[in-house]
Ligand binder design. Structure first.
Ligand code: MF3
Ligand code: CO
Ligand code: CO
Length: 275
């Protein structure tokens, strides 16, 4: 069982307690989500062969500073960077560094900007130059998975309806859904209730109510769903080394449906739209 409480009454995460946000929270998320999307838009022209993921990290940090925002991942649980950069078979939490991107790579950049205390969390795929057809297909399936999940995020549905919509589609496309990482509530907290599984059974899990704010961030693999964590304690990779992709939006449940806080003002969220 879960309980729903006024978000303003909760200072920290409590298992089984789902905060419901009001107009102030939605306004805060709109601003944080938009700035995060603008930062991810800014990075598009910088992703090319030869650029290092460390350089992309610095660009994101500078953008945050220039706009009065703070990257939520900086010094979060010992993490020391502004973004996660997950290349090819890296599923998520790839650490920026000296590795130059190469033609044909696909890289996910995941950024959370904190603006006036509110967290905008989003990630997208960035193709590096020309990419293979299988990489392109994986990106297509991953974006459509997120779209199906968002479509199911309406009041009266449950979190299980979101996961089931993603899983049904991704598996019909002969890809697999990573089980080890989930979407999450957020707001003035980076990671809050509820967990949003990207797989599941229709009708299971907490019912969606207006005022809930959370991410949906499916990780989809061309091969098997299993992951392992590298010795750095962060980098998650596919066990079978097949390609993995992810995309993430922060959304809020409204009376009639949902609002996507991290939509790209420039229409650059899905890189394949531009091709
Ligand atoms: N932004 C990630 C998410 O979508 C969290 C990254 S935590 C980090 O929830 F420490 F790895 F950066
Ligand atoms: Co997230
Ligand atoms: Co994220």
């Amino acid at each position: 069982m879960v309980n729903y409480v006024d978000a303003t009454s909760q200072a920290k995460r409590t298992p089984g307690v789902i905060p419901l946000h009001g107009a102030e929270g939605f306004a805060g998320m709109r601003k944080a989500g938009r700035l995060t999307a603008e930062a991810l838009d800014m990075l598009v022209e910088h992703v090319h062969p030869g650029v290092t993921t460390g350089e992309l990290d610095q660009l994101a940090l500078q953008f945050a500073r220039d706009h009065g925002a703070v990257p939520a991942t900086l010094f979060y649980k010992g993490y020391r960077h502004s973004v996660c950069t997950s290349i090819n078979h890296v599923v998520c939490h790839g650490i920026p560094g000296d590795r130059p991107l190469r033609e044909g790579d696909i890289v996910n950049i995941d950024l959370t900007l904190v603006v006036d205390g509110w967290h905008g969390d989003s990630s997208r795929m960035y193709p590096v130059g020309e990419i293979s057809r299988k990489a392109e297909r994986l990106i297509r399936v991953t974006y459509e998975s997120l779209a199906r999940g968002i479509d199911a995020a309406v009041p009266g549905n449950t979190t299980g309806d979101i996961g089931a919509a993603i899983q049904r589609y991704a598996e019909a496309e002969r890809t697999s859904v990573v089980r080890d990482f989930v979407g999450h509530g957020l707001g003035q907290l980076f990671h809050d209730e509820p967990n949003i599984l990207h797989f599941g059974t229709p009708g299971m899990g907490p019912r969606l109510k207006p005022g809930m704010i959370f991410t949906i961030e499916p990780m989809i693999n061309l091969g098997r769903p299993q992951v392992k964590i590298l010795n750095d304690g962060w980098t998650a990779v596919t066990r079978d080394r097949t390609l993995s992709a992810q995309c993430e939006h922060s959304i809020g449940i409204t009376e009639t449906g949902h609002e996507v806080f991290t939509a790209s003002p420039a229409g650059l969220f899905n890189p394949l739209d531009a091709r």
